[in-house]
Design a protein around this ligand. Structure first.
Ligand code: NAD
Ligand code: IPM
Ligand code: MN
Length: 352
């Protein structure tokens, strides 16, 4: 029996993870769900945002479903030494799982163009996959320091790190429209020069059927919201991918509908791209769509159950139309939206 570790985390994390777990139980009743601690709450209880007992549980997991971690700007967690902060727990989890490729789909489903602040003709049919490198670059390099009135971080990549994530982007593009845009800042940064060279060389060696182009990150920030249909797969490094994916959330209308899958060496990690939303935490109004769609990605990539994944995707699209949440200009709270998803599952059962 497959086992999924759930890590609800902080803020709205427990609310949206409960919704996603309900949907998982419905479409995959044979899967065991086992909850563990991660983030600020884990620090409060165990003195560690990624406690040993959570780390130990991962060895038995087929997949991991994460909510969100972190506190408000004025949270005492932000004054802890950096390794003890909630976000460090999340980064350590990603590292422990070896999840180097973070897939962040940006999709506007037919009939949901009205949820976008973009003109309907711009939002219609958008289907982008951002492939964000997740274990390297400026996030993880140990050459970092703050001392007195000076501080630095280091953005460093090696060819093997670039190639392994680029392979995932090319593989994904092969199942889609065959186009990859690699995003960098090669006009200024040496690390981007290496990135561009290695991505192009890999394409020329092993993926001749893929159309590859290279664009600068500042220009992509403008084009992704003004002409999103020009993109199929976007491949980029860790920090650029973090920023571009929050920006891309404007296209479907809210961070609350943006799921992700992080793949790599072992069990995959599935989590919304948004944070713990301290401004609405505990009110029961968070949009659980990103968490439920992350559960669908878990079914697809983690448990290899594409039919169940498609069933959940369809049910979420239905609920977004019938019961939009507040972040999308609607009235539905977390419970109402989740019930609408569960009801829509019944009317669109998995085939096969
Ligand atoms: P955030 O993503 O939590 O919130 C930004 C805005 O989007 C807020 O107005 C919030 O209410 C709204 N929002 C986000 N998700 C929503 C949802 N599902 N439904 C409705 N509205 C939603 O970003 P932030 O405020 O900058 O960060 C808050 C905390 O979350 C910080 O501690 C940050 O470090 C952490 N964070 C965690 C993750 C993660 O766990 N993966 C990701 C990003 C930020
Ligand atoms: C995300 C988040 C994380 C990141 C933080 C909380 C460490 O912003 O998943 O996008 O920067 O990767
Ligand atoms: Mn982010």
């Amino acid at each position: 029996m497959p086992k999924v570790i759930t890590l609800p985390g902080d803020g709205i994390g427990p609310e949206i993870t409960a919704a996603a777990a309900q949907v998982l139980r419905e479409v995959a009743p044979d899967v065991t769900l086992e909850e563990h601690a991660l983030g600020g709450g884990a620090y409060d209880v165990y003195g560690d945002p990624f406690p040993q007992r959570t780390r130990d549980a991962l060895s038995e997991a087929d997949a991991v479903l994460l909510g969100t971690v972190g506190g408000a700007q004025d949270s005492p967690w932000n004054k802890l030494p950096r390794p003890q902060r909630p976000e460090s727990g999340l980064l350590a989890l990603r590292k422990a799982l070896g999840c180097y490729a973070n897939l962040r789909p940006v999709r506007v489903q037919p009939g949901l163009e009205h949820l976008s602040p973009l003109k309907p003709e711009l939002a219609r049919g958008v289907d982008i996959l951002i492939v964000r490198e997740l274990l390297g670059g400026i996030y993880f390099d140990q050459d970092r320091k703050i001392e007195g009135d000076a501080a630095y971080n280091t953005m460093r990549y090696t060819t093997p790190e670039v190639e392994r994530v680029a392979r995932v982007a090319f593989w994904a593009a092969e199942q889609r429209r065959g186009r990859v845009t690699s995003v960098d800042k090669a006009n200024v940064l040496e690390v981007s020069e290496l990135w561009r060279r290695d991505v192009q060389a890999l394409r020329d060696r092993s993926y001749r059927g893929i159309h590859l182009n290279h664009e600068y990150v500042d220009s992509v920030a403008m084009l992704i919201v003004s002409n999103p249909s020009r993109y199929d797969v976007i491949l980029t490094e860790n920090l650029f991918g973090d920023i571009l994916s929050d920006l891309a959330a404007v296209i479907p209308g809210s961070l609350g509908v943006m799921p992700s899958a992080s793949l790599g060496d072992g069990a995959g990690l599935f989590e919304p791209i948004h944070g713990s939303a301290p401004d609405i935490a505990g009110q029961g109004v968070a949009n659980p769509a990103a968490a439920i769609l992350s559960a669908a990605m878990l079914l697809r990539h983690g448990l290899k159950r594409p039919d169940a994944a498609n069933q959940v995707d369809r049910a979420v699209a239905f609920a977004l139309r019938s019961h939009p949440t507040r972040d999308l200009g609607g009235q539905a709270d977390t419970g109402t939206f989740t019930r609408a998803v569960l009801e829509a599952l019944d009317t669109s059962p998995a085939v096969g």
